[in-house]
Design a protein around this ligand. Sequence first.
Ligand code: ZN
Ligand code: ZN
Length: 183
Amino acid sequence: MAGHWNRERARGHRGFPTLTVRSTANNERIPAMSDPNQTVTGGCLCGSIRYEARGAPSQSLICHCRMCQRASGAPFMALLFRSSEDVKVTKGNPRIYSSSPTSGRHFCPDCGSPLFFVRHTRGLCAIAVGSLDNPNAFKPMMHVCVESAMEWPDIHDDAPRYATKPEGMTPVVDYDPVTGTVT
Ligand SMILES: [Zn+2]
Ligand SMILES: [Zn+2]
């Protein structure tokens, strides 16, 4: 969580494709994903915690894993990935729960809102899209970990679905809580 922005890292992470840009409902112009100065903002429900994320997002997806279900209390988590160096807390101090040896989940100690989790070993930060000020800006590019998806959500988007994660992608789940294996 460096306090400065790094233009090189902002160009993307590990070869992920850039995201499709979508207009907001009021036709507000959203900067192209390749714009390294693009900044998104977000925060928790009570307003104690605020954050900014700069740089090009490397991935946007919906994760159906059980850890995300537990952590959010929701059927799934929509996540926007940035280099962890490009995410900065601008107000308050999130509490961090180490959900695995490789990840810390940041949340508001006052209202409990999940904000983002940092994958130390990958230099990645997965922002909880629901905490963004403009959660409609990034359409999810894929569904991952659908092998543990809840049965009743009726989702009709045409984004590709992966039982675990796509081949070659930085794992969303890189820790097996049963065996303790870090991949
Ligand atoms: Zn809060
Ligand atoms: Zn997950």
